[in-house]
Design a protein around this ligand. Structure first.
Ligand code: C2E
Ligand code: MG
Ligand code: MG
Length: 682
């Protein structure tokens, strides 16, 4: 199974402690094998080679080496080979030279078949020889010379010998792992010890039975493959399930669940040893463009490339995770200081710097990285994540690439940054609330619609207007949950009002970032059907600024949205340099004339001419004009005279809390309405 986090096969630097350890162990193992074979003698080996039994066992050992029982948590691990009962049976029957030689042949074959590097294979070979050597010493001490058929109480000696094999093998391997992954020895030993003991125990218990079978008939030996296949299959299945639960399907990287688990382990370890833990959050810049222009399959391949590159740029023991979309995290369970964390971040950025070639095109990837450290910035995973988030957001905003979380950098942005963290929480805890502003016909002053306007009921700062937090959401990955929140609080209201007979279209505003999200039509369609809202009850407002900046990118999404049956309106008209002719062909029903434009048209005669001709053109194009920000009766009349069919503004009604809407409609709105009193501004 693909595991980009597996860096265990990268050879150690010559002269490094790990290199020294591997080299000396390997040399010792080979020396032991050589000496024991020499003592055994070629004649006896040739004699044995004539026996079919040896060949049958060799086959079983090779198959067993190729089918190890993997430990569930580390699929990249060697696991416990199912060759153990046969290799150990050979040791019991013929001693170290034969068992060692057969095992060495099988290890070499398995190493080649599984694509292991040479240094890994020769180390494995030596490690087996040394472990068999230790087990053999116990047998020799207890009983003299092989061959030896166990029966009765002598089984105890076999058990002792098996235990010796287990311990020596564990020590030899885990010392290497501990050096490689820079974890303390006791941690390496302790990992899954119970499961390892169990699997090894089961396999060792078969060895004496294999010996008995060997003494009876060679044909009995292969029968042992049946229980081993059963054991192997069930272990593999459960390892696979656990792997799937902890890894991202697309990239094979760790998922959020595994990241949380490993971070928590790292934090408790760091707490005891007074060390630092680093959490890096990475977000690809402009990944959307690839997804949007070349489609998801290409985007997926790009993500896989990114995953591979990231996984190869970290040290063994570090964890790369994908959190979803184009967001990745890297856990550094041990990091010396902020400078080292920055170095890792720089290395990760360099790894992505080389363009990725897909479908014959080169893509330049850039990534923004936010760093937070334990214990400097946060005491737990949640906060660490939040701080790394904030740092990443600063990196994106300032285009610096890498930022370390720093609460004191500058006061202004600190307030904003902490607001960003709070917004995350607010979204999770439902602190956003929709207000609704009526839109009124200028002919008869009846309500013709409502506009949903988001507010944040901040626990300390009171009600915050959208400009304080929508841009924050827009510049971060929070946008999707923001859209979701807005839809999920507006649609049930619409459904309720329509079922009570207040059948007015309700408009929801969409920002550029929302319109650039290819999943937006799905979110809208799913919301409509979930809440039983007819599409004509929903209107979507798209700001003119978006049309000026992103017309080409958003047009396909606008068309898909209109296919759903929802109507569209062009918001804030007059704030950009949008020419209405460009709207031709787009299914826009209504143009909302921005409040600034409305004001100007009343104050200055030139403005009046411009607005008048714009409203004219709107009519010619088959759309209707709505005046925004109408604050006085005079403005309402003027806009009516210029040809606007409806208006919105405090002169008619301020944005209302949802609970006030029906009352307002009954008093002033969609029902019988006299042209006398108005609800005036708040
Ligand atoms: P907008 O869509 O143009 O909304 C109209 C704005 O005019 C609202 O500001 C409204 O409160 C304000 N307004 C109402 N009556 C008057 C008046 O008589 N005079 C003046 N000068 N203004 C009036 P608000 O609620 O602060 O929203 C500001 C902008 O934030 C909205 O402009 C819209 O672009 C954005 N926004 C609001 N809610 C959402 C949302 O749920 N999602 C997104 N993406 N953007 C939103
Ligand atoms: Mg609007
Ligand atoms: Mg507007």
């Amino acid at each position: 199974m693909l595991d980009p986090n597996s860096t265990r096969d990268v050879g150690p630097r010559v002269g490094a402690p790990l290199w020294g350890y591997l080299a000396s162990t390997t040399a010792a193992g080979f020396a032991l094998l050589g000496v024991s074979l020499f003592n055994f003698g070629l004649d006896r080996l040739q004699e044995l080679a004539a026996k079919p039994l040896i060949w049958v066992i060799l086959c079983m050992v090779i198959i067993g080496e190729l089918r190890p029982i993997v430990r569930s948590r580390m699929p990249s691990d060697d696991g416990v080979p199912t060759s153990l009962p046969f290799g150990f049976a050979l040791l019991i029957s013929y001693g170290l030279p034969v068992a060692g030689l057969v095992q060495a042949i099988a290890t070499a074959i398995a190493g080649v078949a599984r694509g292991y590097s040479t240094h890994r294979t020769v180390f494995n070979l030596a490690q087996y020889t040394l472990s068999f050597g230790a087990a053999n010493a116990v047998l020799l001490l207890a009983s003299g010379a092989a061959p030896w058929v166990p029966h009765g109480p002598e089984l105890l000696i076999v058990m002792l010998s098996g235990a010796t094999y287990f311990v020596s093998n564990l020590v030899l391997v885990e010392c290497a792992v501990a050096m490689h992954e820079r974890v303390p020895l006791h941690l390496a030993f302790g990992k899954d010890l119970g499961q390892r003991l169990f699997v090894n125990g089961v396999l060792f218990s078969l060895a004496p039975l294999v010996v008995v079978a060997m003494n009876h008939s060679v044909w009995l030996v292969p029968l042992f493959s049946l229980p081993l296949v059963a054991l192997y299959t069930s272990a593999t299945l459960s390892a696979k399930r656990e792997y799937q639960a902890n890894h991202d399907e697309l990239t094979g990287l760790a998922n959020r669940k595994l990241l949380i688990l490993r971070t928590q382990e790292a934090l408790s370890e760091a707490q005891q040893r007074k060390q630092r833990v680093g959490l890096l959050l990475l977000d690809l810049d402009r990944f959307k463009e690839v997804n949007d222009t070349l489609g998801h399959p290409t985007g997926d391949r790009l993500l896989q490339t990114v995953a591979r590159r990231l996984a190869h740029s970290v040290r063994p023991g570090d964890l790369v995770a994908r959190l979803g979309g184009d967001e990745f995290a890297v856990l550094l369970p041990q990091v010396r200081d902020a400078a080292s964390a920055r170095e890792v971040a720089a290395r990760l950025r360099v790894s992505l710097a080389e363009p990725v070639r897909l479908d014959g095109m080169d893509f330049d990837l850039e990534v923004s990285v936010g760093i937070a450290l334990y214990p400097n910035h946060a005491p737990d995973f949640e906060l660490l994540m939040q701080r790394a988030d904030i740092a990443m957001y600063v990196a994106k905003e300032r285009r610096t690439g890498v930022e370390l979380y720093a609460p004191h950098k500058d006061r202004n942005s600190t307030a904003r940054l902490s607001l960003f963290g709070e917004l995350r929480r607010a979204l999770a805890e439902g602190e956003l609330e929709m207000f609704y502003q009526p839109k009124v016909s200028l002919d008869d002053h009846r309500a013709v619609g409502l506009e949903a306007l988001v507010r944040w009921r901040h626990p300390k700062r009171g009600i915050l207007p959208p400009e304080e937090f929508v841009p924050l959401a827009e510049q971060s990955y929070l946008m999707r949950s923001f859209t979701h929140e807005v839809m999920e609080s507006t649609l049930p209201r619409i459904s309720h009002w329509w079922s009570e007979g207040h059948r007015l279209p309700v408009a929801v505003n969409l920002s550029a970032r929302e319109l650039l999200d290819p999943t937006l039509p799905e979110i809208v369609a799913a919301g409509l059907s979930r809440h039983g809202v007819p599409p004509e009850a929903l209107r979507l407002e798209i700001s003119e600024r978006v049309m000026v900046a992103e017309a080409d990118a958003v047009t396909p999404i606008i068309l898909t949205l209109s296919d759903l049956g929802v109507s569209l309106s062009l918001d804030d008209f007059g704030t950009g340099y949008f020419t209405l002719a460009r709207i031709k062909g787009l299914p826009v029903e209504e143009i909302k004339i921005d409040e600034s434009f409305v004001r100007r048209s009343v104050d200055d005669p030139d403005g009046r001419v411009i607005v008048e001709s714009a409203v004219d053109l709107v009519g010619t194009l088959g759309m209707r004009a709505v005046a925004e920000g109408v604050e006085t009766a005079g403005v309402a009349e003027a806009m009516h005279a210029m040809g606007c069919y409806a208006a919105q503004g405090r002169f008619f009604a301020p944005p209302l809390e949802a609970a006030e809407v029906v009352d307002w409609l009954l008093k002033n709105g969609g029902l019988d309405h006299s042209s006398g009193e108005r609800t005036t501004s708040a």
